[in-house]
Design a protein around this ligand. Sequence first.
Ligand code: NAG
Ligand code: NAG
Ligand code: NAG
Ligand code: NAG
Length: 223
Amino acid sequence: MHTAPLAILGLVYVSVVTGMTLQRRAVDFFDPAQGGGSMFDNATYGGEPLNVIISGLSSPDVLTDGGVLNYAKVIGFSQECLGFHLGAPQTANLGDGNGSRNQTVEFRQDFGNAIFGSCFESLLGGNHFRIFRQNGPSANSGALFLAASKEKDASTNHDLVGDGYNIGRNELVAAAVGTKSHGGVTYNTVATNITGLMPVGSDGVNHGIAVDGIVTLLTVTVQ
Ligand SMILES: *[C@@H]1O[C@H](CO)[C@@H](O)[C@H](O)[C@H]1NC(C)=O
Ligand SMILES: *[C@@H]1O[C@H](CO)[C@@H](O)[C@H](O)[C@H]1NC(C)=O
Ligand SMILES: *[C@@H]1O[C@H](CO)[C@@H](O)[C@H](O)[C@H]1NC(C)=O
Ligand SMILES: *[C@@H]1O[C@H](CO)[C@@H](O)[C@H](O)[C@H]1NC(C)=O
């Protein structure tokens, strides 16, 4: 009579124990909603859409902090201007069992100068993205979830341009696809659009800016 619930408990137990080994699973990513998470991060006035995912099936190096920093440079971004955060760090729950976590790092478009360029971006506006890593015990894909957006300049308090999330995503992806090199590493990036993972519209979205519901999956392979 109680076999079914016991079997379910058994399954949960097995998956928890398996998860605790923290073994990376060979998948693109896990849908955060399946683990009680969200495709929106936690910003000041609602959530920013996690509209780009760097696949867990990318070359392992790309998914490390140092690796993604080099990759960000190749597509025209650098670490935030001299370490200053103009905005508060945001948090996200990727449904991997870690609950809500701070962003790993934030990159800003560097306007062709990897050291000082991101300072110009802070003043002039441009494209930026935050990174969240899905590596908790219950959904350890290693995938990187990016909240990409396009901002106006500092005088407008880093407001987003209209349609800033969709445009930020499209510009980032356009800069990433194909074969690019930086720091002696050559990357090949393939993009695929995913619908159905994120709702369409502006409900609960930071600044009430609507999103088209498209998430672009990037698979990055070191050549
Ligand atoms: C932000 O965090 C609060 C408190 O943890 C939570 O209630 C809220 O749903 C979160 N918002 C988003 C958009 O994730
Ligand atoms: C997240 O960021 C906030 C603000 O900088 C900081 O107070 C908090 O300690 C951070 N949390 C973790 C777990 O690093
Ligand atoms: C998630 O939790 C694991 C331990 O279970 C830890 O190694 C990892 O750093 C955490 N990820 C983040 C983004 O905090
Ligand atoms: C993904 O969707 C965006 C917005 O419609 C479009 O601009 C882009 O070309 C699409 N990319 C791919 C790889 O289909």
